[in-house]
Design a protein around this ligand. Structure first.
Ligand SMILES: [Mg+2]
Length: 232
């Protein structure tokens, strides 16, 4: 008789921490939708190349820099008045979260993990109010046991301290912990240094040795979880 229990008969032996942006949250898709909305509202009277604006808006927001710099650069490039520049910055902070979209399958993966008895944390770099507003709008908050933002704690990834804060939040310290993120330098390398199982969201097929597993879609993640990670 087999002594192997079915997955659903046992409590998960793993917990997981996710990065937010570009891992669960499809940041580039959200930025693109937001830029297109601006072109139809605040910017609809301006004479500018729509395609150029959208790509510059996405590119500037994907650079790690204060949002005031993003809108200063856009204002210079597209000749916005100082008044418009300021309006755009204020509007972005108060309404970008409404445009946030998850990657396909991200919500059902979180639900699957939760139903399997996995504790789920989130560690994200960014301003506290901004990251939390996105998490709520994306519907992730009901699945996260905790959220740590660099803006909230004053330390950012790849600093080991923010990872240690996360690990201290799990009620069971005997379980292994996976860290799932898209950045090699901010997520994967520091997580591996702390002995976590590293799961990289990437399109890249060449993984460095400190990455244990990779996936590009959440369908692939679920498969990885069912076939490999549950036995880790
Ligand atoms: Mg990220």
């Amino acid at each position: 008789m087999s002594s192997v229990m079915r997955n659903q008969d046992k409590e998960s032996l793993l917990n997981i921490i996710f990065d937010l942006d570009d891992t669960l949250h499809d940041k580039s898709a959200s930025l693109k939708t937001y830029a297109e909305c601006l072109l139809n509202t605040a910017l609809n009277n301006l004479d500018l190349s729509k395609q150029q604006f959208v790509s510059e808006f996405v590119a500037q927001n994907n650079i790690i820099q204060p949002k005031s710099h993003v809108f200063r650069t856009l204002a210079e490039r597209f000749r916005f008045s100082p008044h418009l520049e300021r309006e755009l910055l204020i509007a972005f902070d108060s309404s970008f979260h409404e445009f946030s979209v998850p990657f396909d399958g991200a919500l059902s993966t979180l639900s699957m993990l939760k139903n399997s008895g996995v504790s789920i944390g989130c560690i994200t770099n960014g301003r506290d109010f901004f990251q939390r507003a996105k998490i709520r709008a994306l519907g992730f908050d009901q699945y996260f046991d905790f959220t740590i933002t660099s803006g909230g704690v004053g330390v950012k990834k790849p600093d080991a301290r923010i990872f240690e804060m996360g690990l201290g939040n799990f009620s069971r310290s005997d379980k292994k912990v996976c860290f799932c993120g898209d950045s090699l330098s901010s997520d994967m390398a520091p997580a591996k240094t702390l002995g976590l199982i590293t799961v990289w969201k990437t399109e890249d097929k060449n993984k460095p040795d400190y990455v244990d597993h990779c996936f590009s879609t959440f369908q692939e993640f679920d498969q990885l979880w069912q076939t490999t990670l549950v036995y880790a």
